[in-house]
Design a protein around this ligand. Sequence first.
Ligand code: SF4
Length: 159
Amino acid sequence: MGLETIFGNSYITTRLDAAINWARKFSFFQYPFVTACCGMEFMSTWASTYDIARFGAEYPRFSPRQADVLFVVGTVNQKLAPILKRVYDQMCEPKWVVAFGACATSGGFYDNYAVVDGIDRIIPVDIYIPGCPPRPEAVLDALMKLQDKVSRESVMDKK
Ligand code: SF4
């Protein structure tokens, strides 16, 4: 049955923002910037048990130019910081950043000169996931929070 048969001469209106954001929030292409032990839990979240495909977020992109969500997973030290910034700068707008785990969020239990105490000192962060490492359920919760954030943005927003 075609759409014309269902809707006849009627039509549907929506805001452009709502239509675009609906497509964006169900088609995240994530770039995994994985540096440490949190990577194990990151991989388990992307395994079949948690069915990340229902969020449209299952395809990683290993080129920043093809990604719109940067997942920073694990400890970031001072030597890595410029590389992380460069990866972020190479991503096109719109783009979002997720700090995955205690180390990415705040430096975790490392309290020394070598470790960056939170990636938000280098790049803007949209969502923080607590835990050392975070449980997959926490990652799914973060994805839903990111979807909610995206759905409230406007295509006219400038970051
Ligand atoms: S938060 Fe814990 S599990 Fe994750 S990278 Fe840091 S020490 Fe490893």
